[in-house]
Design a binder for this molecule. Structure first.
Ligand code: ZN
Length: 815
């Protein structure tokens, strides 16, 4: 078939840049950024399907616990007797069981302790902080770590066991067959760390001013290690970073604590009659029906309570069903408020949202904590599944940071107290930090406490997914949430990390991750935000994300299950996206390098020649001497002697001739009828043709959101899918035909694709506008005589170690 190719006449007069196909792409540095991800994912099987759903033979183990715990608040010691009923749902016979003894991380010979490294001071020299020094002293003074009293079977016969760093192996008397259960008992005890000094996710906090303590205990008992279809026993030691890979089960826990303590724990309180006053029980019943938080223990009551010292004890009984862990907090300092949350999803039970905090947390906590708990349940359930548990609790356990457990979370942030006036104020950082951390940690009850991903392997699977939904919840709390602390627009916020040195891919084992916060939290959260708002759109994304969450609730997904589910449920191929964002350290920087404008040349000399003349006059400047001559009023000979004019002064090289007209007529004659129609149509439409050159400087292939600005003042938004990069990931040229003239193009005008350099996003380029600070040079030299004359300060009472904590925490300290 004959192909007519229109000649394009350039009307903007720019030299075309090298065409995309001239870029070297098959010699060594060629990368297909769209190649199938399946070549790198585990082969699907009967446990995990190619669709990302659990397979028809999916299985997981189960462990039920009953525990009798005693908290010796004075000695800072916890003692436990526990019975574990382990159900082997795997198709394998097990000759031994592995448990996690996470408290062993605080032993001085633990892998974690022995492999702690020092980081140099800002000037490159060696350094030691007060915090590090105090920590070393604390570990020298007390023996921490799990003390195992006995390990026996149901009948009390001793079972052989071996402790390997933070793990313990129990050898079974006979192999545990598929489908069978084994019950054993462990007696244990350990000294409780001062979390403020030693660091970690739990311990106690000592309040120097009031000589009071607040206990928040987690990872405190021998927990079953996970046994899975993809890794067998999870045997990576606890190094402090990679969190916990656990099995679901029911917990029955009796907690004996000082009688003046108030206890918050995973689950439901079974014996309120034994441990709460009638007033407290009445208030709790009222709060369950309230539409805003109500006090169960008031600030005044808590203050009075912490001043008593009670030698008696009380036993609190809790039951937590189908949870993967158990934690609790206990103190005589707790204010307690609660509020009922009615779920929109009828499948969800009514939830009691509660907060426990000392007076030191006021007035910030009573205003926001429980509201944040309730907001989290409402928001997260919309995008995943109904909250399945009867309680959701936020406990103020330290000043900064947060940590999650089923139904209970430990959260930081407190107001400041003016030492002189006693007046309390709180910063914007504390306010948004608190709301943010509560949403984050309560959000973790969904991911990974219910969607039970393997935290020891993949931090991003819980932190990244959770931070993503957390940000959705932020923007549903208020617009521009937390702007005081950071840019709430994640794609704009992440660019400094994505262009930084010292990065590893998101797909890196938890303990080896560099730049932990941005790598495991912000970057995956940004990636999902971009998928939702830009690549897939809300309808497809929300459907797929909900499908993933529902497929894997109370089960254990791996990265491939997530990647596959998101594609399977949305019908969108995202291999390129997972590959670029999760497996590489590339960033986004797309350069809108040039734009060329054309009109379609009709070939008709009576149309084209005048246009050519116009372009020639526009683009070809006359000699400067000629301009100056005219400015000086100099008249040429021709102007003075018009009689010298002839044919060539009346016609220029753009005058159409009959020869031109005949040639055009012959050309039209030679066209097929359909070609003739197309030509006539082009002449009538008078369209503008644009060629946009894009260079990929960051490496990540991304969609191209484009804002076209027309000469008539109107605008058009166009989204070019990322697949435009499939033949050449480094440079592409996009042709646009429009009936109106374009005067400007802006790439990523809404800052939605995490483009790190926006200075190359506009064509024509924008002037970078900002304010310039004036500065005054200052010269300060030491004046020894004057320094000697400064009055000597009197030594103040009770001045001690403050702050200087060097616990590695995520941004905002969330874990
Ligand atoms: Zn977290």
């Amino acid at each position: 078939m004959a192909v007519v190719s229109f000649v394009l006449s350039a009307s903007m007069g720019m030299a075309p840049m090298a065409a995309a196909d001239a870029i070297e792409q098959t010699k060594g540095n060629w990368q297909d950024k769209f190649r199938q991800l399946d070549v790198d994912l585990p082969t699907p099987n009967t446990y995990r399907t190619a669709s990302g759903a659990p397979g028809h033979q999916y299985w997981q183990q189960r462990a039920d616990y009953s525990m009798d715990l005693k908290l010796d608040a004075a000695a800072k010691r916890l003692t436990g007797r526990q019975t574990v009923r382990y159900h082997n749902n795997s198709p394998d016979s097990l000759r031994y069981l592995w448990l996690q003894l996470d408290q062993n991380i605080f032993k001085d010979k633990s892998i974690a302790e022995l492999t702690r490294t020092s980081s140099p001071a800002k000037d490159g020299g060696d350094q030691i902080s007060y915090g590090t020094l105090a920590r070393v002293q604390a570990l020298k003074d007390t023996q921490y770590g799990m003390e195992i009293g006995s390990v026996t079977d149901e009948g009390g016969r001793a079972l052989p066991y071996t402790v390997v760093d933070t793990m313990m192996r129990i050898d079974l008397p006979r192999p545990l067959a598929p489908g069978a259960s084994f019950t054993f008992k462990v007696e244990w005890a350990h000294n409780i760390i001062n979390q403020d000094i030693v660091g970690g996710r739990s311990g106690y906090e000592h309040f120097r001013d009031t000589k009071t303590d607040l206990f928040f205990l987690a990872q405190f008992f021998p927990r079953m290690a996970a046994y899975t279809d993809y890794a067998g026993w999870q045997h990576k030691a606890f190094l402090g970073r990679g969190e916990f890979t656990l099995e679901f089960g029911d917990y029955d826990v009796a907690l004996t604590v000082p009688a003046d303590h108030v206890v918050s724990a995973s689950g439901e309180l079974l014996n309120p009659g034994d441990v709460l006053t009638q007033t407290q029980r009445d208030r709790l019943a009222k709060a369950a029906k309230a539409d805003q938080p109500m006090f169960v223990v008031t600030p005044e009551e808590a203050l009075a309570n912490e001043k008593e010292t009670d030698k008696a004890t009380k036993t609190w009984r809790f039951s937590a069903k189908n949870v993967r862990d158990f934690a609790f907090a206990s103190s005589n300092k707790f204010i307690w408020d609660a509020m009922g949350v009615k779920q929109d999803n009828p499948a969800g039970p009514p939830v009691l949202a509660m907060s426990f905090y000392p007076n030191e947390a006021e007035p910030l906590w009573s205003k926001y904590s429980t509201w944040a708990v309730a907001h989290t349940i409402k928001t997260y359930s919309k995008y995943s599944f109904a909250y399945p548990y009867p309680t959701a609790q936020s406990v103020n356990t330290w000043d900064g940071g947060g940590m999650e457990y089923p139904m209970i979370t430990f959260n930081g942030f407190r107001p400041n107290v003016d030492k002189k006036t006693g007046k309390r104020t709180y910063t914007a950082n504390a306010k948004y930090g608190l709301i943010g951390v509560v949403i984050h940690e309560i959000g973790h009850i969904y991911y990974p406490m219910i969607v039970n991903s393997d935290e020891r392997q993949w931090t991003w699977m819980d932190e990244g997914l959770n931070t993503f939904v957390q940000n959705v919840a932020h923007l549903e709390w208020e617009e521009n949430f937390g702007e005081h602390r950071r840019n709430p627009n994640l794609p704009a916020e992440i660019t400094s990390y994505m262009t930084s040195q010292g990065q590893v891919p998101i797909m890196t084992q938890s303990d080896s991750v560099l730049q932990f916060g941005p790598n495991s939290y912000t970057k995956p959260a940004t990636a999902l935000t971009i998928l939702r708002e830009t690549v897939m759109g809300r309808e497809l994304f929300d459907h797929a994300f909900r499908e993933y969450s529902q497929r894997w609730k109370f089960k254990r997904p791996t990265p491939s299950d997530f990647f596959r589910s998101m594609e399977d449920a949305s019908g969108i191929d995202l291999d390129w996206f997972w590959r670029g964002w999760f497996y590489t350290t590339d960033h986004v920087d797309i350069d809108l390098a040039s734009v060329r404008e054309y009109r379609i040349a009709t070939g008709n000399p009576d149309v084209e020649k005048p246009l050519q003349r116009e372009e020639y006059r526009r683009d070809t400047k006359e000699p400067l001497g000629q301009v100056h001559n005219r400015e000086q009023g100099l008249k040429t000979l021709l102007e003075r002697e018009p009689g010298l004019k002839d044919f060539y002064n009346e016609n220029d090289k753009f005058t159409p001739t009959n020869k031109d007209r005949n040639k055009f007529a012959d050309m039209v004659e030679g066209l097929e009828p359909w070609e003739r129609e197309a030509l006539a149509r082009a002449e009538k439409d008078g369209d503008w043709v644009y060629f946009l050159d894009f260079a990929n400087k960051g490496g990540l292939v991304m969609p191209l959101p484009l804002l076209l600005k027309y000469a008539d003042g109107t605008q058009e938004f166009v989204m070019i899918p990322a697949e435009i990069w499939r033949y050449n990931a480094k440079a592409v040229t996009k042709m646009l035909i429009r009936s109106k003239q374009i005067v400007g193009v802006e790439l990523d005008p809404r800052q939605e694709i995490a483009d790190a350099d926006v200075s190359n996003n506009a064509y024509p380029r924008k002037i970078a506008a900002s304010r310039l600070e004036l500065y005054k040079s200052k010269d300060e030299t030491k004046d020894l005589m004057a320094d000697m004359l400064v009055e000597l300060k009197a030594k103040k009472e009770g001045e001690g170690k403050e702050g200087a904590k060097d616990v590695p925490l995520a941004p905002g300290g969330q874990q």
